[in-house]
Design a protein around this ligand. Structure first.
Ligand code: VAH
Length: 320
């Protein structure tokens, strides 16, 4: 049985639906700290679990005889800069609880997401290697860097089967943006449909690594289904698809909505984005467990605008 912690979130919600498709509806238990995503809550087995409370997680693990946990609860980069100690507590306590449950043999497998936020201003920004200087300047990035160290430690010292991916910015339409710096690339599509205009909080030439949700979900399923000896990196794998700037995504939107307009008003999140790489070398993931992405920027724009147009204008007759 599979437990998803943080199932109401951007990745957790889509992971819930995908894993139910693959492993069977009643073999996947969704959980979160609150009923914040009713589509997830009302779609199948759901439990309130406080990821910062060991007993809360353990009770759910024992109730359903869980053998695999996907820990998708975390406070992201932008929000983490507003509440540093809350970000540290949530991101670290939740990780220790699931690692200790695995060490004590209550569960067998763990997936834990890292992020390109582990890289900092001193990291090479182009084709950022798997092994390189990492001096993250956000609390979120610090929690991901030290979390990777603990995952590798628990694997080497206690044989815990924990697997991890350094996600880039992830673009999806099913949930609203949740406090990430890369979330401008989600907001822009919503605004293109609802307002025809977007005030972008990053400068037009801010290139960042990005990925469509379907690719991120595929990578997560692929790494967890790979044979144990295929996984040679137990900190976290670099994972990449595409990279683009706000200007490039605005141009791709204009091909569908010619009147779409954008203005750039960088805020505190510009400094966060400036500390991250422009693009990522994920050759180890491609070589060890055959990763490859599918969605390019045009595909993402097509799908985002199509789905959001339906979401915001449900009664609109499909234009021929
Ligand atoms: C954030 N979306 O912006 C997350 C992600 C690489 C960025 O970790 O904080």
């Amino acid at each position: 049985k599979i437990l998803i912690i943080g199932a109401c979130g951007q990745i957790g919600s889509e992971l819930t639906f995908k894993l139910r498709e693959i492993y069977g509806h009643d073999n996947v238990i969704a959980s979160d700290i609150s009923y914040s995503n009713l589509e997830v809550v009302n779609s199948g087995l759901f439990e309130i679990v406080d990821a910062q409370n060991y007993a809360s997680v353990k009770v759910c693990v024992e109730k359903y005889n869980i053998d695999t946990i996907y820990l998708m609860a975390a406070m992201l980069s932008a929000t983490g800069e507003k509440f540093p100690m809350k970000a540290w507590d949530l991101n670290m306590e939740s990780l220790f609880h699931v690692l200790n449950l695995a060490r004590a043999k209550f569960v067998k497998h763990i997936f834990w997401p890292s992020s390109i936020a582990v890289f900092g201003p001193t990291t090479p920004k182009n084709y950022t290697p798997q092994y390189t200087v990492m001096e993250p300047t956000t609390v979120y990035g610090i929690t991901k860097q030290v979390g990777e160290r603990w995952c590798e430690y628990y694997h080497n010292k206690y044989g815990v089967d924990v697997r991890s991916l350094r996600y880039p910015g992830i673009i999806s339409w099913k949930t609203l943006p949740g406090g990430g710096t890369t979330d401008y690339a989600v907001e822009i599509y919503h605004k293109a449909i609802t307002d025809g205009h977007y005030n972008c909080f990053l400068a037009e030439d801010t290139e960042l690594p990005m990925m469509f949700m379907d690719d991120a979900i595929k990578a997560t399923v692929d790494i967890m289904q790979a044979s144990n000896d295929a996984i040679k990196i137990r900190s976290s794998y670099n994972l990449s698809a595409i990279s683009f700037t706000p200007k490039q995504v605005a141009e791709s939107i204009k091909k569908h909505i010619p009147d779409f307009s954008i203005q750039y008003q960088p805020d505190y999140r510009q400094e966060i984005a400036n500390s991250w790489p422009k693009n990522i070398n994920d050759s180890y993931a491609r070589q060890d467990w055959k990763w490859k992405h599918a969605f390019n920027l045009e595909d993402i724009t097509n799908e985002m605008l199509f789905q959001l147009d339906k979401k915001y204008h449900p009664t609109k007759i499909e234009s021929k």
